[in-house]
Design a protein around this ligand. Structure first.
Ligand code: ADP
Ligand code: MG
Length: 261
């Protein structure tokens, strides 16, 4: 039994504080849903936990049990058991998924048969074998990228996974297979999950133990699984202070701004 412990986490980007004190504890086998409006800092949270460069950590702690992650590079955080399924997975020309995973597994001193595991995992989520040899994420559709992330999770078997909008881009059949696979990892391998999403449809197969409302850089409220349906119904108005979204103000200044960023 392990815990991913986030305490008082504050972080800024470009001098602007985005994370304003996040407290969260995820235990092995637990699923925590994080739901919140666009621009509230959910992806920033996932990036800061994983150690993406470009963020200033202003305070707090992120630990797996008693191992502090914040003062380690990303690869050591992965070695400690952390996995991030990115909202926008990175394209890596010239490196195939198979070679990347083979290198990861070698680094972890894992002697199990990587090819066999890849084949089994690809089949579990209906991912075509042709993707295994293709350059990582290059020219994949949004949904294929998300299956690719899930495949990596299945092969690497981390202790904790952050899923940043894993459901976006997936069609209903793929969503069912992917969320089913992650639910199985929670019971088979004791995977602890932090699932960031806008939609309760992710939770048809993957059963959350706790649902957190994330707005304005921190967790505003936590509740049981029913809260996910309630949020999808009512939105986040209660927690959003005017002006509504930073994105919409930006849109007036810059008609080319991405309104979904
Ligand atoms: P969410 O995932 O909840 O939609 P994000 O974490 O992506 O939100 O973004 C939170 C806020 O931080 C947004 O206002 C966004 O524009 C801003 N932001 C994120 N990354 C950067 C960056 N690299 N430079 C400047 N602003 C950023
Ligand atoms: Mg995001």
């Amino acid at each position: 039994m392990s815990q991913l412990i986030i305490e008082g986490l504050r972080a800024a980007v470009d001098g602007q504080e985005i994370l304003k004190g996040v407290d969260l504890v995820v235990g092995s086998g637990e699923v925590h849903a994080v739901m919140g409006p666009n621009g509230s800092g959910k992806s920033t949270l996932s990036h800061v936990i994983a150690g993406r460069p470009g963020y200033d950590v202003l305070g707090g702690s992120v630990r797996i049990d008693d191992v502090e992650l914040l003062d380690r590079p990303t690869w050591q955080r992965a070695e400690a058991g952390l996995f991030l399924a990115m909202q926008y997975p990175t394209e890596v020309p010239g490196v195939s998924l198979r070679d990347m995973l083979a290198a990861s597994v070698r680094t972890a001193d894992d002697s199990s048969d990587i090819w066999e595991r890849l084949r089994v995992e690809a089949e579990r989520i209906g991912f075509g074998a042709q993707f295994l040899e293709r350059p990582l994420n290059v020219d994949l559709s949004g949904g294929e990228k998300k299956r690719n992330e899930t495949l990596q999770l299945g092969v690497l078997r981390p202790a904790f996974a952050i899923l940043d909008e894993l459901d976006s881009g997936l069609d209903v059949d793929a969503l069912r297979l992917v969320s089913q696979r992650i639910e199985e990892a929670t019971s088979e391998d004791g995977l602890g999950v932090l699932a960031i999403t806008h939609y309760s449809r992710l939770f048809n197969q993957l059963k959350p133990d706790v649902v957190h409302v994330f707005a304005d850089g921190k967790i505003q409220e936590s509740g049981g699984p029913g809260l996910a349906d309630e949020l999808e119904e009512t939105g986040y108005e209660r927690w959003v202070t005017a002006p509504a979204a930073a994105g919409s103000a930006g849109l007036l200044d810059d008609p080319f701004a991405d309104p979904f960023a």
